[in-house]
Design a protein around this ligand. Structure first.
Ligand code: ADP
Ligand code: ZN
Ligand code: ZN
Length: 719
């Protein structure tokens, strides 16, 4: 009898699989989830490879765990991500191996019962098992093994010989099956054509990626639902990724109107038994449609037939801690590996996706008009250099006038400012002391409703002091600049009898209440909504006819090369909230730079020109997608340690032709959570093997000492 050795990948920050001896009575496949000893504890891992060999002095695998294993495609996907992001394989595995919170053995609940003839070879262990099972009852494999005092491998052997049969124990369905013919939408001609193009493309080989570009309110959701319906008709699974799944009650209702039931949803808030059932149902293929946050991309779909990425331009798709990956890009990779078509939907596609269309890699399906003959909102800029605004006031007379008209007609107004809290900077009027976070190079933001000063980077909170902590002056604090809370205060003074609500991620009461308030807005229970980007995206407020953008320039001042694109996308989204119902909408955009290309493009509605110009700028600078980029952040609790290591790394960079290494320089936020950060930027031409270069470089670098950390971000989204 040959012995086997298994290489087991453990979901910890390790780059290689560890070898273990496979016990004789354990039949393992690659992808199986197993329990193994590591140092002096037991951990879970996945069989990454198996070979013949004497595992003499190796530790033994303890047992196999009855959860769905990782398919070859899934393992290939995880390998690919580890290769691309340079993250340790084990860290990537941790994203794909969602072990249930409670009793692991309970996940799938595969039961076994006696079914066929007794085995040819009878051992005492087998005898034990068979005896207990004589009553014909279905038992969990693990329980039966325990009762008989044998390993589950014994039962596996009996299953192989046909003595036992497995019975899936699914006490409750993980999700009701969606009905693709439940509520067929009455599509407009444009929509029907777009839907048909999507459905047709699903038959193509290899499966294509399609950019579904449609203005806000054009009905992209209705259109890609037809592709989802097609996947369901084929008996395959569909995944819809969304940037803010927890807030998408409206989306779930629309799905239910189309398919008869809500889709299964997957995000960090789904836990416990429900999470286990979903995981198992997705692995078995029983769950047909999943709507989820970016983590849903790492579920073990049995037969993925479609991936939709809603709002594909969203920055929320980028994960910026642990494994640095962009869910949109990884979704395209997963689609390729699974041979599943991918649809990227957006009103304001990323430059990356547009360029992929131009290069002929992605197909393009467009919806140029709003559904139902509705007009796009009229957008006008308000030149703040000419408006008479008192000190400490932020709403221009033009905007206030427009609000008055709107509110008098009984319609809704949205004031948008992408700044949480009351004021972004607080200082002492007597001594000039500025309140700064003790752990970060950032100002503390005053949150007046909570009477605190808060750091938006590390979460540090302190009570707003009564007397200055530096000079002791009483009531000397001055709030500089506006946040949404301050705008709400101003709106309250101007329109005291109107119903107002402030919405940002600080909203008390959690997701549940936030969802309820969003529904209340849609139902017309508020007149003035003041909010951050939380209210700017994706929501449908039919009574909203006026959008006022408080400070369109906020995002434009950063040194980030993507600043213009991001600001344009955000402003398009926000202004696109106006006039989605019966009545036409308009937007007023307060700005200090009305001639800035972003503002000009927004006002003229000429997105095409803006994108062309931005794309050209990117190309000239050799920035993605025309070149490749990676950021290496070296951090440590001591400034000198971080800087020293970053310099030492720069010394062994040895960039070949086509590669430029910039820095080290202080990272844009030089101190976060008590760690000093230095950054090296790697820019390469498009043909260069960036990953290969980075691996070589890291290999040449001095060993990391003390609490120094180096994090690698391939395709950084802000830099
Ligand atoms: P987008 O995602 O392109 O901004 P949505 O899919 O949210 O647009 O559609 C905007 C609004 O128009 C939604 O309220 C939606 O229900 C409605 N709508 C779009 N297409 C149709 C249709 N064919 N029939 C009925 N309502 C539609
Ligand atoms: Zn002071
Ligand atoms: Zn902080």
């Amino acid at each position: 009898m040959t012995s086997k050795i298994a290489d087991v990948l453990i979901p910890l920050a390790l780059d290689t699989a560890y070898s273990y001896a496979v016990p004789q009575d354990l039949a393992l496949k690659e992808g199986d989830v197993v329990q193994v000893p590591l140092a002096n504890r037991e951990v879970v891992g996945v069989v990454w490879g198996q070979r013949d060999g004497q595992g003499g002095n190796l530790k033994k695998i303890t047992d196999r765990i009855e959860v769905p294993g990782l398919s070859p495609k899934m393992r290939k996907f995880l390998e690919w991500i580890a290769w691309y992001t340079l993250a340790p394989k084990g860290s990537v595995l941790a994203m794909g191996l969602k072990l249930p919170d409670g009793e692991r053995a309970e996940v799938v609940r595969v039961g076994v019962r006696l079914a066929g003839p007794l085995p040819k070879r009878m051992t005492p262990a087998r005898q034990q098992v068979v005896e207990i099972a004589q009553d014909g009852l279905v038992r969990l494999k693990r329980e039966l093994a325990q009762e008989a005092g044998v390993s589950t491998g014994v039962i596996d052997g009996l299953i192989d010989e046909g003595t036992f049969e497995t019975v899936a124990l699914l006490p409750e369905p993980a999700a009701e099956p969606p009905d693709p013919d439940f509520g067929q939408a009455d599509l407009s001609d444009d929509q029907r054509a777009a839907a048909a193009a999507l459905v047709e493309s699903m038959a193509e080989q290899p499966a294509p990626v399609t950019l579904l570009e449609g203005v806000t309110g054009s009905g992209k959701t209705e259109v890609y639902f037809e592709a989802v319906a097609e996947a369901v008709r084929q008996g395959r699974q569909a995944l819809i990724l969304m940037p803010e799944i927890a807030l998408t009650a409206q989306f779930l209702d629309r799905f239910a109107a189309r398919f008869g039931v809500k889709p299964a949803t997957w995000h960090s808030g789904v836990s416990g038994r429900k999470r286990e059932r979903l995981y198992a149902g997705i692995a078995s293929g029983e769950v047909k449609v999943v709507a989820g946050a970016r983590s849903a991309l790492f579920l073990p779909y049995a037969d993925l037939g479609l991936i939709v990425i809603d709002e594909e331009h969203e920055t929320a798709y980028k994960q910026d801690d642990g494994v640095h990956y962009h869910a949109r890009d990884m979704a395209v990779v997963r689609g390729r590996i699974e041979n599943a078509p991918v649809i990227l939907a957006s009103a304001t596609p990323s430059i990356e996706s547009r360029v992929n269309v131009e290069r002929g890699r992605y197909r393009h399906v467009e919806l140029p008009e709003r559904f139902g003959g509705r007009q796009m909102p009229q957008i006008r800029s308000v030149d703040m250099r000419r408006e008479k605004v008192e000190r400490g006031r932020w709403l221009s007379p033009s905007l206030v006038g427009a609000m008055r008209d709107t509110l008098e007609r009984g319609e809704q107004a949205l004031l948008f400012l992408n700044r949480r809290g009351y004021a972004p900077l607080t200082l002492c009027g007597s001594c000039g002391h500025r309140y700064e976070c003790p752990n970060c190079s950032a100002w503390l933001v005053e949150h007046r409703f909570r009477r605190s000063l808060v750091c938006h980077h590390c979460g540090h909170v302190e009570r707003t002091p009564h007397a200055c902590i530096s000079c002791g002056s009483v009531d000397s604090l001055v709030s500089c600049g506006p946040g949404v809370e301050r705008i709400a205060e101003e709106a309250a003074e101007l329109f005291p009898d109107k119903r107002r609500i402030v919405l940002s991620s600080d909203f008390p009461g959690g997701t549940e209440r936030l969802r309820a308030e969003l529904a209340a807005i849609a139902a017309g229970e508020f007149d003035i909504v003041i909010g951050t980007q939380l209210v700017a995206k994706g929501h449908n407020f039919p009574l909203l006819t006026l959008v006022g953008v408080l400070d369109a320039d906020i995002g434009l001042t950063s040194g980030d090369p993507r600043a213009a694109e991001r600001t344009f996308q955000l402003l398009q989204q926000v202004t696109g909230r106006a006039g989605r119902g019966e009545k036409p909408g308009r937007a007023l955009v307060q700005t200090w730079q009305p001639d800035h290309p972003v503002i000009a493009a927004l006002v003229s509605g000429n997105a095409e020109r803006f994108y062309r110009e931005e794309t050209r700028v990117r190309e000239l600078a050799g920035l993605p997608p025309f070149g490749r980029l990676a950021a290496l952040i070296v951090s440590a609790t001591e400034r000198e340690a971080a800087e020293g290591h970053a310099r030492a790394m720069a010394k062994c960079a040895e960039p070949p032709p086509g590669v430029t290494v910039l820095g080290p320089a202080e990272a844009p936020l030089a101190l976060i959570r008590g760690r000093y950060r230095y950054r090296l930027l790697v820019k390469t031409e498009r043909e260069v093997d960036l990953q290969g270069y980075l691996r070589g470089w890291i290999g040449r670098c001095p060993k990391i000492r003390g609490n120094i950390r180096v994090s690698i971000d391939v395709d950084p989204q802000s830099f």
